[in-house]
Write a protein that binds this ligand. Structure first.
Ligand SMILES: Cc1cc2nc3c(=O)[nH]c(=O)nc-3n(C[C@H](O)[C@H](O)[C@H](O)COP(=O)(O)OP(=O)(O)OC[C@H]3O[C@@H](n4cnc5c(N)ncnc54)[C@H](O)[C@@H]3O)c2cc1C
Length: 416
């Protein structure tokens, strides 16, 4: 097959690799808007802190040449012509395809006045991150304001603090990473951030990014102005779908995909942060913009493009925070539980969210060993009343489940 892959992020390069492997006599063109070899965004902070290249270029910088993938960098897709089966580039070039993978990922979403001012920085791509960190390295910046206390804002705050920058994070909600952590687990993260010298201004509304002619600070809802050398927007991400507007491919927040990761147009599949797939647990369409979903979807999408019939089980909400110095894992949801079980001692917190006697989500800080057990109970919808509070007590694990299986019959063993 003559295949084209839009994107060389974790989803795109994994799809391209799969296509080459399953269809060695076909051809694969993989396009990226950036000038770099395929890279892993979660490894950017480590790269800038330590100078290490390996985790960043996780498939090897020579992956294109090595696998026979025709990688085209600085190549922006502007449209897809589904009648002629061609991808249209911003420079006017056209690339014909027989099969197309849309893996264009996500971009910064900053619905904030002044977010388009010159000088507003972000940490969403290697290109923008290189510009941001370049300013620090050149000695142009010793202070930074980060608007947004989500995952990316927090990761960047730790990196900048590690580089000696005085960092303030502004967050509308009054706990950090509100989409990932509950307020109690968040206190563990907040303590770690404060210990690393990050100033948190939480429960504060940033009204606008301000500065003339370029960004110099932020105006808060109470009229206060905060200034810094670097002003960074970390207000969220949005799937990259703009170039699909007239393509006939159905989109909502992201590209709508079915349980084979097919789009509404035959011969076109989608994977990664751009794909709005069913949630594995609730079945509702959602974009869980995380690495593991991207690399799980990509091989399935690519194989199905070649004619396989592989079903995708659905995307999961699962985050682990790497740079805080204390392990934190969050899985599933905290929405509308009918019971919450929590065990807490110092920096060790384990919280399990229950609905209809099953686990719908869990948050762990410190001792995170039970995360896999909770995920298993959650995905298999195992009734958990029988465990009572033991569920969150130290040491709860597979042994408890095996013990229970012996007492109640082998059905529960399916958890293992
Ligand atoms: C700082 C940071 C830290 C993160 N940490 C974690 C973490 O710890 N754990 C975790 O699970 N997730 C993490 N993530 C999220 C994770 O990086 C994403 O889920 C993952 O990168 C998604 O991969 P993707 O290939 O779908 O998209 P992306 O990585 O966004 O790649 C998109 C690709 O599409 C290309 N592209 C876009 N538009 C076009 C176009 N019009 N034409 C041509 N090419 C185009 C881009 O150039 C790029 O190559 C982090 C993200 C960031 C930014």
């Amino acid at each position: 097959m003559r295949a084209v892959v839009i994107g060389t992020g974790p989803a795109g390069i994994t799809a391209a690799e799969t296509l080459r492997r399953l269809d060695p006599s076909g051809s694969v063109v993989a396009l990226s808007t950036e000038p770099y070899p395929p890279y892993s965004p979660p490894a950017m902070a480590d790269h800038f802190l330590t100078g290490r290249d390996e985790p960043l270029y996780w498939k090897g910088q020579d992956v294109g040449a090595r696998l026979g993938i025709h990688e085209r960098r600085d190549a922006r897709v502007e449209a897809i012509d589904i009648d002629y089966r061609e991808v249209v580039l911003a420079d006017g070039g056209r690339i014909p395809y027989e099969g197309l993978v849309v893996a264009s990922g996500s971009r910064l979403h900053a619905p904030l006045e002044g977010a388009d001012l010159p000088g507003v920085l972000d940490f969403k791509s290697l290109r923008t991150a290189t510009e941001l960190i370049g300013r620090v390295r050149r000695g142009e910046a010793t202070s930074a304001l980060i608007v947004g206390n989500g995952f990316i804002g927090i990761e960047l705050s730790l990196l900048l603090a590690g580089l000696g920058v005085e960092v303030t994070v502004i967050g509308r909600r009054n706990w950090v990473m509100p989409r990932v952590l509950d307020p109690v687990t968040s206190t563990v993260a907040e303590a770690a951030l404060t210990a690393r010298g990050v100033t948190l201004r939480l429960g504060v509304q940033a009204d606008a990014i301000i500065g003339e002619p370029s960004a110099t600070g932020v105006r808060l809802a109470d009229g206060t102005h905060l200034d810094a050398d670097l002003v960074v927007a970390a207000t969220g991400v949005k799937p990259h779908t703009e170039f699909l507007v007239d393509s006939g491919i159905a989109t909502g927040w992201g590209v709508h995909v079915d349980d084979r990761l097919g789009t509404s147009v035959p011969g076109i599949v989608a994977a990664g942060d751009v794909a709005e797939a069913a949630d594995r647990f609730t079945g509702e369409r959602f974009v869980h913009a995380i690495f593991i979903n991207a690399v799980a979807q990509a091989p399935i999408a690519a194989a199905n493009l070649l004619g396989a019939d592989l079903r995708y089980d659905g995307a999961e909400a699962m985050n682990s925070l790497k740079h805080l110095g204390v392990p934190i894992v969050s899985i599933g949801t905290t929405d509308a539980p009918d019971e919450i079980l929590r065990w807490q001692e110092g920096g060790d917190v384990r919280t399990v969210y229950l609905r209809d006697d099953t686990v719908i989500g869990a948050q762990l800080a410190g001792d995170i060993r039970a995360a896999g057990v909770y995920r298993s109970l959650m995905l298999r919808r195992v009734p958990v009343t029988r465990y009572g509070r033991r569920l969150v007590e130290p040491g709860f694990g597979m042994a408890d489940i095996a013990f229970d299986a012996l007492a109640h019959g082998p059905r529960s063993l399916s958890v293992v």
